[in-house]
Design a protein around this ligand. Structure first.
Ligand SMILES: [Zn+2]
Length: 340
């Protein structure tokens, strides 16, 4: 019998994009690449709660989740915390799927964020890849896959998937726009690529099922664009004072460096956090009192190529992560938080 493709669904929240700020460059040209904004704060500990599943299923999921943390600056803590960031069910009638990265924060706590309905090969590693913010490699706009759409629609609309044309488009056919992803060139060995048969593509050449992390997966997840181990963690965050009289001077001193700031809001209200200076800065805001809950991300809303985030903040502790837009970029900048 022919091998049936088991295609994973990554669940993208339709309203999610609204949480992120526009990154349209002044002058009207949209940037070629915009961070997709699903990554957790670097150095995060993500709690994982298994809901059901046998000891063997749980052990396999745990083992494969940790393939990532060997390279990524993230930790998984497996416990039964009711508010765990990642909540995994093992419902064999519901396929394999996961929400992406920080989207997990938007899921009601009484619902799972991942289902491992099957655990063939590297399925759990693939789903945990989604949970830490990775999208499907077959949807990489750099992939150049030309789908044989009629055949894909025909195969996936029947059993075992029984998907609607809309689901098939979302899960397989639609490529992310180049400006929605950050990433490398197409990687045919990525664990984030699913097996599909040659009949699904015009070239007639399908993919093989990848059951382990590829070299590019390992390099990318450990890179400055994702979760570098050399970056500061929350304990090393530099304190910023809201409405300080002077801007704080800093620099991305070497390629891939990441700066981390912490500030405390005592009086709720609208706040503006911005950078100034000659560098092309990308900024993410996390909180309140959470290193995993992303509030906003920005590239170019500030002066020139600087970042600016405007957000209504309630009292609590917030973290600001600053990187250079280019992974090879270095340069000076200043940063300030104001209540406006
Ligand atoms: Zn998937």
């Amino acid at each position: 019998m022919a091998k049936r493709p088991k295609v994973c669904i990554d669940r993208v929240l339709p309203a999610d994009r609204m949480r992120f700020q526009s990154t349209v460059r002044r002058g009207g040209t949209v940037r070629a690449i915009i961070p997709i904004g699903k990554l957790w704060m670097n150095g995060s500990t993500l709690r994982v709660r298994f809901i059901g599943g046998t000891a063997a299923q749980q052990a396999k999921a745990k083992l494969q989740a940790q393939w990532w943390t060997q390279f990524a600056n993230l930790k998984f803590e497996f416990n039964s915390a009711p508010d765990a960031e990642i909540r995994v069910t093992f419902d064999s009638s519901d396929g394999a799927w996961s929400y992406l990265g920080t989207d997990n924060q938007g899921i009601p706590l009484n619902q799972p964020t991942m289902n491992l309905g099957f655990l063939d090969g590297g399925t759990a590693a693939h789903e945990f890849g989604h949970a830490i913010g990775l999208a499907h490699e077959h949807q990489n706009p750099a992939g150049g896959i030309e789908w044989n759409e009629a055949k894909v629609l025909q195969d996936l609309s029947g059993p075992p998937n029984n998907w609607t044309p809309e689901m098939i488009r979302h899960n397989v056919l639609n490529k992310y726009r180049v400006d929605q992803v950050k990433g490398t060139k197409f990687d045919p060995d990525s664990i984030m690529l699913y097996f599909f048969p040659g009949s699904w593509v015009k070239s007639g050449v399908g993919t093989h099922a990848n059951e382990v992390l590829s070299n590019m997966d390992k390099a990318y997840i450990a890179s400055a664009e994702a979760y570098p181990k050399t970056a500061p963690t929350v304990n090393d965050a530099t304190a910023l004072k809201v409405n300080a009289s002077k801007r704080t001077s800093a620099a991305i001193g070497k390629a891939g460096e990441e700066d981390l700031y912490k500030f405390t809001v005592t009086t709720g209200g609208n706040h503006v956090i911005d950078t100034r200076g000659p560098s092309d800065i990308v900024m993410k805001l996390f909180g309140p009192d959470s290193q995993t809950s992303l509030i906003a991300e920005d590239d170019d809303s500030g002066v020139d190529t600087n970042a600016l985030i405007r957000a209504g903040l309630i009292p609590g502790a917030y973290y600001v992560q600053v990187r250079h837009y280019r992974s090879s970029g270095v340069g000076n900048y200043t940063i300030k938080v104001q209540r406006v």
